[in-house]
Design a protein around this ligand. Structure first.
Ligand code: SAM
Length: 218
């Protein structure tokens, strides 16, 4: 099926082999989806998926799952993947799930996930929406329910306010701050091996500094 010719996002997504329908059925056995047990990494809020496709290409020794809650956005990632596969690429270590990340603990077993990437997460600027921020203490608690003990969460954003909020949430929770920079692209050490996301490309080209943190459970 050529996804770029399909008008209805939902129907196209449901028929696509790379999108896992009813993901909770695979809780505790995600290696069966990939056919091989490899360390498992998630991007929560993957958008159009450029980062994860680059990561999947660079790290064939890992499995990746992209999580996105909107059909229309997920469809853009599927179209991009289809385009790359038509050019001869294959991504046997990458699948997608269309779900709200609030459901992570229903989809993954404790200790099943090695790492979580949060890239340019929505800021939800109103205080009453703070719980929706993907670095809120509520979300950090969900990550604890699925991550291995030494698993990491890596977060990048150009939004200084969201970054400061996230640092505060980390301080108030059971996490250690392993890495922290307010200007990733000008940090010679930390920028090595950095894989850019769509938003990162856009905002850094406008001159916005990119903040990054890496956190681990205590
Ligand atoms: N990570 C991409 C990047 O850096 O280019 C996309 C960033 S975009 C600003 C944030 C994405 O996260 C949106 O596509 C949004 O739909 C998704 N998102 C926000 N909250 C989510 C949630 N609770 N569960 C799943 N996806 C979510």
């Amino acid at each position: 099926m050529r996804l770029r010719n399909v008008p209805g996002a939902k129907d196209a997504i449901l028929e696509c082999d790379w999108v896992i329908d009813e993901p909770e059925k695979f809780k505790g056995k995600w290696e069966s989806v990939f056919g091989e047990k490899r360390p498992l990494f998630l991007e929560v809020g993957m958008g159009k998926g450029r980062f994860l496709m680059d990561m999947a290409r660079l790290h064939p020794e890992r499995n990746f799952i992209g999580i996105e809650m909107y059909d229309s956005v997920l469809l853009r990632a599927l179209q991009k993947r289809e385009e790359l596969e038509e050019q001869g690429e294959s991504f046997s270590n990458l699948v997608f799930i269309r779900v709200d990340a609030r459901l992570l603990p229903e989809i993954f077993e404790k200790d099943e996930v090695d790492g979580i990437y949060l890239n340019f997460s929505d800021p939800w600027p109103k205080a009453r929406h703070a719980k929706r921020r993907l670095t809120s203490r509520e979300f950090l608690a969900r990550y604890e329910q699925v991550l291995k003990k030494d698993g990491v969460v890596e977060f990048k954003t150009d939004n200084r306010g969201l970054f400061e909020f996230s640092l505060e949430e980390v301080r108030e929770s059971d996490w250690n701050l392993e890495v922290c920079t307010f200007d990733l692209h000008h940090d010679e050490e930390l920028v090595k091996g950095n894989v850019m996301t769509e938003y990162e490309e856009k905002f850094s080209s406008m001159g916005n500094p990119i903040c990054k943190m890496v956190i681990k459970q205590k």
